[in-house]
Design a protein around this ligand. Structure first.
Ligand code: ZN
Length: 63
């Protein structure tokens, strides 16, 4: 699972959006995680949309 900072000032200051990856095993229950905060601007991070089927696609494509 991945989060990213959407604060415009932070984006300008950092040049690249701050991103935080959390292994899915560490989460277990999504409801129980507090929203992570950006260490640069202290804004709450937004959850990035990710395609969780990617791993399977890679396996079947390679050959
Ligand atoms: Zn930020």
């Amino acid at each position: 699972m991945e989060f990213h900072c959407t604060d415009e000032k932070c984006l300008r200051a950092q040049q690249v959006p701050y991103r935080l990856s959390i292994p899915i095993e560490a989460i277990m229950d999504e409801v129980n995680i507090a929203a992570p905060f950006c260490p640069h601007c202290n804004s709450p991070l937004t959850k990035s949309k990710q395609n969780e089927d990617t791993d399977q696609d890679i396996k079947s494509t390679k050959k």
